[in-house]
Design a protein around this ligand. Structure first.
Ligand SMILES: [Zn+2]
Length: 680
């Protein structure tokens, strides 16, 4: 099988990076004993966020320290599935993060894969309080912390690229919040002093240049803890050397599918600015660039940058699952194009951080749309296999070259490392970071229910311990119950995100209805909270349709997008250690056009709810089904395993009317999501 070109170019890049070995000697730093006692130091402070220090602009909200928001209900079960699947066992079956990893001092993979794996393993371990996973993560962290060079450099000596270190810094900030390990802050101080001295001669390049904002976030994290003004100079230098995403989107040039020819992939253009500016994962990470920089610049224009960025990506590349197309460069709006899993989890992380900085409820809506559709849709039910690219209209999962812009033929199979192994390592951060972001602290020291899922919060508000329990089967049901338990009566504002689709939302406190909240806002409740106060939020979910490529329609209800679940025939392609690679072939026809009255969608859709049990994002366990009417459209078919572009709506069909059952997008591994609409 022909190796996909982009893989070759990225592997060549890795080799080149490896060849530029560091010459500086690596000190065997004295191993600092990290004891439980050390972990307890300052534990009182760890229940509440460190807020922005002057002269930074304040965040609207602050994410709570890792371990303060704990998953419950279906979300906890989802994290357990991940821990029992590839996410919790990857190092046992994949050499790239195994015992010979460069991030354990070995001679193996020494670039981004070790840090990627940890970026999700650390929150997974601490949110599940899982000692097996904590011990796994600790090995890489201890090696990293104990092997810093005398000059401050960190990481495998065989590779001096700034980029993978950015990911390790993301890991260390989370780990420090969860444990209070006293080694982390001095380690980061030494590293940043070194990097600041080196950047003028050895500036950010390729991945690091296009992902500078992820490092800026970590530098600001440290600045808020130690107040060293040199760190702000470092952030300014990263911004200056980094790609100007805001200018890129102010005059957005990439309004159609980016092809391999356009970026000159075969002539070594894989790491050109053109290729990197149109690269999906870079664009997902870049959504946080303007919000992060706005903390330094204090500019309203910067604060609004993300809204414009999303609008441009949606207008030219938007897909109904909440993503933009990127397989792996921007690929237009055809729902047969794909989105890379790394982009899914990176876009989620950008939205979590941007929601915190800006307090814009629309970012929470978008985060839920991706987390509750695109994320589960790209994994097998047991999370032992994943795709590189997922498609909204995904009619076959098999080896084919079409329709990817620059990716290879394995891109949509479910497996260990389809196409390229970045997603294999990076997939871990999706669910755990969502769980950690459900509740936040507002800058006026109140609590914010930012995103909804079952959880428990143990935090400190205005110096008082506050315990909140969120009981809900959201996003499958519309009711969310909070029990607020301050250690003593305490006045603070509680903000509740009211999604833009929730036009008939209600909020009650201890059974008393509050003034009707506005959709697309944060409802604010100011009161003196007492033990066992109860808040009930109802977000009635009525079916709606949205319009996509060629005027196609997608059916939604609340944060869930619904798909026709095509019959699935799973075929094992090959064993891969503890897991396997799978192809999936359709066992039913899928070429439906739907008849839905746009003026009365609810009348065209029959909703059936069944109990929410384990595995709600599986076909077997799908707790909500929608029944609609449709007709087959004989002229719409697949070629080379790919659905032809959805025919322009409205369409006519002489075929008989049928009942068509839709299930949540995440449950349907073969699916149609963007449908032609039948003429009225
Ligand atoms: Zn990836």
């Amino acid at each position: 099988m022909k190796r996909p070109v982009n893989v070759t170019s990225r592997r060549t890049f890795l080799k080149q990076a490896g060849a530029a070995a560091l010459t500086s000697s690596v000190l065997t730093a004295p191993s600092v004993a990290f004891s439980e006692a050390a972990a307890q130091t300052g534990s009182r402070d760890r229940g509440t966020p460190v807020q922005n220090r002057a002269p930074l602009a304040p965040n609207a909200f602050y994410t709570l320290p890792l371990g303060t928001v704990l998953p419950a209900g279906w979300l906890k079960e989802q994290l357990e599935i991940q821990a029992h699947g590839l996410g919790g066992h990857l190092d046992e079956t994949w050499a790239d993060v195994g015992p010979n990893s460069g991030w354990l001092g070995g001679t193996g993979e020494s670039w981004e894969r070790g840090p990627y794996f940890l970026d999700g393993l650390v929150p997974l371990a601490y949110l599940l309080d899982d000692s097996r996973l904590k011990a796994k993560a600790q090995k890489y962290i201890d090696w990293t912390l104990n092997n810093q060079s005398a000059n401050g450099m960190m990481g495998p000596a065989g590779n001096d690229d700034w980029w993978p270190r950015i990911v390790m810094l993301k890991v260390l900030t989370q780990y420090q919040e969860a444990t209070g390990d006293p080694r982390v802050i001095p380690f980061m101080e030494r590293y940043y002093a070194f990097q600041y001295s080196q950047l003028p001669q050895r500036p950010l390049r390729d991945w690091g240049k296009f992902r500078w904002q992820d490092e800026a976030l970590c530098v600001l994290w440290l600045y808020n803890r130690n107040g060293d003004p040199k760190l702000l100079d470092l952030v300014r230098l990263l911004h200056q050397q980094g790609f100007d995403w805001q200018a890129n989107f102010a005059d957005f040039q990439y309004t159609s599918m980016v092809t391999a020819e356009f970026i000159k992939l075969n002539q070594g253009g894989g790491l050109s600015d053109l290729a990197l500016a149109t690269h999906g994962v870079n664009n997902g990470q870049a959504l946080k660039a303007s919000p992060v920089w706005s903390l330094v610049s204090n500019s309203e224009k910067d604060r609004l940058g993300i809204t414009h960025q999303l609008a441009m990506l949606d207008k030219y590349h938007g897909l109904p699952n909440g993503m933009f197309s990127c397989d792996e460069h921007l690929a237009g709006r055809n729902p047969s194009q794909g989105s890379e899993l790394c982009t899914v989890v990176e876009m989620m992380y950008s939205l979590e951080q941007s929601l915190a900085i800006l307090g814009d409820p629309a970012l929470g809506d978008r985060l839920e749309r991706i987390a509750y559709n695109a994320l589960p849709g790209t994994f097998t039910d047991d999370m032992w296999a994943h795709q590189y690219n997922q498609q909204p209209n995904q009619v076959e999962v098999s080896l084919h070259r079409k329709p990817w812009t620059t990716d290879g033929p394995e891109s949509n199979i479910y497996g260990l490392e389809p196409n390229f192994g970045c997603c294999t390592a990076n997939l871990n951060q999706g669910w755990p970071k969502l769980a950690a972001s459900l509740f936040m602290l507002s800058k006026d020291n109140g609590l914010v229910a930012a995103v909804y899922a079952p959880c428990e919060v143990k935090t400190i508000v205005r110096g008082v311990d506050v315990h909140v329990v969120e009981e809900t089967e959201y996003p499958f049901r519309d009711t969310i119950r909070l029990t607020v338990n301050p250690a003593k009566p305490l006045a603070f504002p509680l903000r509740l995100r009211i999604p833009s689709w929730a036009t008939d939302a209600t909020v009650a406190v201890n059974g008393q209805l509050q003034p009707p909240p506005n959709a697309g806002s944060f409802a604010r409740i100011d009161r003196t909270w007492k033990a066992d106060d109860r808040v009930e939020i109802k977000l009635p979910m009525s079916p709606q349709i949205s319009r996509w490529y060629n005027n196609s329609i997608a059916v939604e209800r609340g944060p869930l997008v619904y798909s026709y679940g095509i019959g699935e025939g799973w075929l094992k392609w090959r064993d891969r250690g503890m897991t396997a690679d799978w192809q999936v072939y359709p066992t039913s026809q899928w070429n439906y056009a739907l008849r839905i009255d746009p003026n009365n969608v609810a009348a065209s859709v029959r909703v059936t709810e069944t109990p929410v049990a384990a595995g709600p994002f599986t076909r077997k366990g799908a707790p909500v089904k929608l029944e609609v009417t449709g007709k087959k459209l004989p002229g719409w078919f697949a070629e080379d395993g790919v659905a032809n572009p959805v025919p322009p709506s409205p369409v006519k069909s002489a075929e008989p009317e049928e009942k068509v059952t839709l299930i949540p997008y995440g449950a349907a591994k073969l699916r149609i999501t963007a449908f032609p609409a039948l003429e009225e």
